[in-house]
Design a protein around this ligand. Structure first.
Ligand code: ADP
Ligand code: F6P
Length: 457
């Protein structure tokens, strides 16, 4: 039997324009390498249904149903109110609950049983993101000896913060059941190794992998990327101006799920400060596209209100009858329109306080006209900043620093814009979606297989 690729992620594409890095990148990568994609059905059920086929623009994926309780305690609860703030350095926003943790473990156990029922011994299993840290442990407990890889799309947590978990020692144990753990950046790898260094059960082998009890895991960085040619082509398409008659003179673009990790309030505040000191006679805009996400979680409701307040305040203070400085769209938009907006923008602002990679930064660079490119303002805390050092790097906590970046970006001479863009584009092309998946899978396939475990009779 040929070896199939089984990819598992909580979110799978289901018709809507995708607005999360995982789906965007994996869609591009799986389109090239093929394979089964398993994830949560967009509609809830009893939580006991078998895997079902689901259609997405001509592609078939497999979906498991979450019950309403799974959705609130596993997805909104443990995944997005404990692990997400933990990994994005907002431990103050963590909402601990024993029910969340129990449900997280139960969903992982159930998804594990479903995968075990369809996986053949020669299949390679690729698990994605923080929703499924324990999935390989579950699969190993069911007797699977397949090569199983894990890729974490978000920042790896800091050792000190892991103590907020009820059983922090489980964390290294969960990861040790994978043959390969892929992380976005070298800094993430360093944080992961620090966790193992602090664990007396771990031993470092000469090839750099970690031996944990009887299991060996490789830990490496694989910076994620986009389908560059596809995005570039969409951006350069000859189509009507997406702004129609209301085209702004010159604008900054921001595109993010409305998440507190994206640092959007300070991006707005810095833009407000820039407006105070901008060159006379200039009428710049900030076009912010921020679709809602995880709206039932209090922290997301708070950030939505905060942003609406800042946008309203700035427009009230600066707008004129024929100019509105902040255009804020609180929904997803079509990717082809998005690509053309990026190309029209003079500046893109990515100001995350923590971010696995940030694909928006790569999309903006890919969309530019190399003869007259826009400028990328990029937070030092986004994974993308590790390699894209020719962007205008900023500290998202420092409003003055970002105000100065807006000033520099709008005033930057063509030659400097071109030089910075060429350097960033080289990174975007070198780390595209196809090479990300290809490199990860090549390393996973070369890993030493795990010995079958004794299944209790
Ligand atoms: P995250 O995974 O945290 O959401 P990324 O920047 O890595 O952040 O990925 C976000 C992806 O979702 C990008 O491909 C971006 O273009 C897309 N996206 C974000 N907001 C929108 C939107 N309003 N409409 C369409 N696509 C969006
Ligand atoms: O890329 C990070 C990520 O959290 C993915 O895991 C997730 O699919 C995406 O952002 C969007 O979040 P959600 O699936 O909760 O809408």
């Amino acid at each position: 039997m040929p070896s199939r690729l089984i990819a598992v992620s909580n979110r799978i594409p289901a018709g809507e324009p995708p607005s999360g890095g995982l789906v965007v990148a994996l869609k591009d990568a799986l389109a090239l390498s093929g394979g089964l994609w398993i994830g949560a059905h967009p509609e809830t059920g009893t939580g006991r249904e078998p895997l079902e086929e689901i259609q997405d623009n001509g592609n078939t994926h497999l979906a498991f149903r979450l019950s309403e309780d799974d959705l609130s305690d596993y997805y909104l609860g443990y995944a997005n109110s404990v692990l997400w703030p933990l990994c994005h350095r907002r431990v103050d926003l963590i909402d601990m609950s024993a029910a969340f943790e129990a449900r997280y473990r139960a969903v992982n156990a159930r998804v594990g049983r479903m995968i075990a029922s369809i996986a053949r011994p020669e299949d390679v299993i690729w698990v994605h993101d923080y929703h499924f840290f324990p999935l390989a442990s579950e699969l190993r407990a069911l007797g699977l000896s397949n090569r199983i890889g894990f890729f974490l799309h978000i920042p790896f947590p800091e050792l000190g913060s892991l103590s907020v978990l009820s059983q922090p020692e489980d964390f290294s144990d969960w990861l040790a059941s994978y043959n390969l753990v892929g992380l976005q950046t070298r800094a993430d790898v360093a944080r992961c190794l620090e966790v193992y260094r602090a664990d007396p059960r771990a031993e470092f082998l000469v090839d750099g992998s970690v031996k944990f009890e009887d299991r060996v895991t490789e830990i490496r960085s694989f910076p994620i990327g986009i389908d560059v040619e596809d995005f570039r082509t969409q951006a350069a398409r000859d189509a009507p101006d997406p702004f129609g008659r209301a085209a702004p003179e010159s604008f900054v673009i921001g595109v993010d799920r409305l998440d507190y990790s994206k640092g959007i309030p300070n991006r707005f505040r810095a833009f407000g400060r820039y407006l105070e000191t901008r060159p006379e006679g200039s009428y710049p805009c900030l076009v912010q596209i921020a679709p809602p996400t995880r709206e039932q979680v209090q922290a997301y409701q708070d950030i939505t209100s905060e942003l609406e307040e800042i946008a309203g305040h700035l427009n009230g203070a600066f707008a004129e009858l024929d100019w509105v400085p902040i255009r804020y769209i609180h929904r997803s938009i079509d990717r082809t329109v998005l690509a053309r907006l990026h190309r029209r923008a003079r500046v893109c602002a990515v100001t995350s306080i923590a971010d696995g990679m940030n694909l928006v930064a790569k999309e903006f660079v890919a969309a530019q006209d190399p003869a007259d490119p826009g400028v990328l303002i990029l937070s030092r805390f986004a994974g993308a900043a590790e390699d894209m050092t020719d962007a205008l790097l900023v500290n998202p906590y420092d409003i003055d620093d970002m105000t100065e970046a807006y000033r520099r970006a709008f005033a930057m001479p063509l030659e400097e814009r071109q030089a910075r863009h060429t350097a960033c584009m080289e990174v975007v092309q070198r780390t595209d979606a196809a090479s990300w998946a290809k490199q990860f899978l090549a390393v996973l396939r070369a890993c030493v297989p795990t010995l079958p475990r004794q299944v209790p009779s």
